[in-house]
Design a protein around this ligand. Structure first.
Ligand code: ADP
Ligand code: MG
Length: 330
């Protein structure tokens, strides 16, 4: 499809707002970006899509928050590899009309997130969408080989732990959809998630930390993915799950169980990991002292079985279904 002159102007705006920085040989403006590799590092790549009507609605999110979130969710994947972010590509399909205003605000949010986490925007693509807005971001980061953290490293005898506030974002989303007043913490959790890059790096530097994943599709889903990747099982305890006062209040307004948000609600972008039993307290102290993050031990890794079990408060044990947000079926 041919580009219309207005699109060249928009790209020129982007180029002006994202001047090339360190490590970059060639940024926005040529056919492709050119980077200088960092010696001794592995390169880590990830991509995410945000679709209007699937991931967001214009009625409850602003272009600026979308700009932040579209980069933040990608950075969360780098955090979950223990990687340091470097570069991003941004591809947008914009609807007719107001494209310029949307883009300006979107880039404000994107840039804020990029600055905060040290990311350079080095290229992308831009075109018209015949239907809704489409946002595709890719990121490139790096990690020292010894610090890479994969999903398949859970071992029997380890504990399963999480940082972040699982359930708050999903509850915030329901409140946004219902046009509820207040609940700013829950709404912010959904609209402007914080990628846990510093925590990811800290966890990756710990010898006792095994598998690492971000909690993008809900706690139960992340646990199932870790269990499957390493062919282990997990036993989680209901009374270990942290349910914040904010989540309790939000769930009450919606007449929902806070626990179902905490277990199955997605888009929190916390981190889930396994850690050698006996090392978790020192790690919890460090996470709190350096990052003011609370480590929550959910339960333990068990060998053999593959499922995820939940010990209820009443002593019963149930199979925890793979109940996070699923795009295909479920
Ligand atoms: P091509 O037709 O070869 O795809 P474009 O005109 O789309 O080239 O892009 C020209 C330059 O602008 C490239 O460097 C490209 O990476 C950059 N660019 C295009 N769209 C974006 C965008 N949304 N964000 C950042 N850079 C972009
Ligand atoms: Mg292009």
């Amino acid at each position: 499809m041919k580009k219309i002159p207005e699109e060249f102007k928009l790209i020129e705006d982007i180029r002006r707002r994202f001047p090339p920085g360190k490590g970059l040989c060639l940024g926005i403006g040529d056919d492709a970006a050119v980077l200088r590799p960092v010696k001794g590092s592995l390169e880590v790549l990830s991509a995410d899509l945000l679709l209007e009507g699937v991931h967001f609605e214009e009625s409850w999110t602003s272009p600026r928050d979308l700009g932040w979130k579209s980069l933040a969710v990608n950075l969360s994947d780098l955090a979950a590899m223990g990687a340091v972010p470097g570069y991003a590509l941004l591809s947008l399909a914009l609807k007719r009309g107001r494209a310029e205003v949307f883009l300006r605000e979107f880039l404000n949010g994107f840039k804020r997130c990029a600055r905060r986490y040290g990311v350079q925007l080095v290229g992308g693509d831009l075109c018209r969408s015949a239907s809704g807005t489409v946002i595709a971001v890719s990121v490139l980061g790096r990690v020292k080989p010894g610090k890479l953290r994969r999903r398949d490293a859970a071992r029997a005898g380890q504990l399963l732990a999480v940082i972040g506030n699982p359930g708050e974002s999903a509850c915030g989303l329901e409140l946004l959809r219902g046009k509820a007043k207040g609940h700013s913490r829950l709404k912010a959790a959904h609209l402007k998630p914080l990628p846990q890059l510093a925590a990811g790096r800290m966890l990756a530097a710990e010898r006792g930390v095994g598998a690492l994943i971000d909690v993008s599709d809900g706690l139960s889903s992340s646990a199932h993915q870790l269990a499957r990747a390493a062919a282990v099982g997990f036993e989680l305890a209901e009374d270990r799950l942290l349910v914040s006062a904010a989540l309790r209040r939000g769930a009450a307004v919606l007449r929902r169980e806070p626990l179902s948000f905490a277990l199955h609600g997605g888009e929190d972008y916390g981190l889930m990991f396994t850690v050698d039993a006996g090392t978790e307290q020192a790690l919890a102290k460090k996470l709190w002292r350096k990052l003011r993050l609370r480590l929550c031990v959910l339960g333990q890794v068990v060998g053999g079985g593959r499922g995820v079990k939940l010990l209820r408060r009443d002593g019963s044990k149930l199979e925890l279904e793979w109940g996070g947000y699923a795009h295909f079926g479920g």
